[in-house]
Design a protein around this ligand. Sequence first.
Ligand code: ADP
Ligand code: MG
Length: 260
Amino acid sequence: MNKATKECKIIAIVNQKGGVGKTTTATNMATALAATYMKTLLIDLDPQGNASTGLGISYEQRTRTIYDVIVDNVTIEDTTLVTTIPNLSLVPATVDLSAAEIEIINVNKREFILKSKLEIARKEYDYIVIDCPPSLGLLTINALTAADSLIIPLQCEFFALEGLSHLLKTVELIKKSLNSSLQIQGILLTMYDKRNKLTEQVEADVRECLGSMVFTTVIPRNVRISEAPSHGKPALIYDLKCSGSLAYLHLVREMLGATH
Ligand code: ADP
Ligand code: MG
């Protein structure tokens, strides 16, 4: 299929904390975009490879991965796999990627490797979604240097805001030195439990501190979302009608109209 829009948009899903819903957001957002006929590429940039597993890509299929793209003379096109979801392709990752940050430490313009590797791919896709690792190391910096915008998933728990100011400072630094056009697309409240008083308190605090930066859409805590990856499917394919899938569809609708 040809791409539907002229400009490709590259969106990084970032939070240096683990377990906040980055991979869930990346896979379901990419699936929702693909479902709206947007030609979409999901890049698994986490050595844990959860986005690859969550899309049903076995280890045997991951013969060439994002590691080879970052460290070697391999192109994005050489590593791209088609998925069972129409309009959605994937660049997979394996644990090999954990060595990449050290291997590129002395490379000239090491922050720009992914950006330059995406130059050709961006002509082929409407959206490229990057699932980042739980750190602010060189891989995440590569993603933020390549991206047009970022989404920050925030888990509705007591320490939700901890670490966020550091992340926002990092984004400011990257805007100043590496990517002046980077925008925060929005902060996304995940694992939202409306029966829990703490969730309400966290939401109130986050909205008070960050105002319009926070997406109106929240992602509910939903067991179908957590079951889906073990079936090798995004929640949107596993159970389109569950509350989590509906929330991700809603998010994409909101996102297509909003940047900050
Ligand atoms: P990260 O990529 O930030 O480490 P994940 O997306 O892998 O986070 O989510 C961490 C865990 O929480 C996973 O087991 C995932 O299935 C589960 N999870 C994520 N979002 C939800 C949700 N809205 N409801 C229930 N479980 C969720
Ligand atoms: Mg993850």
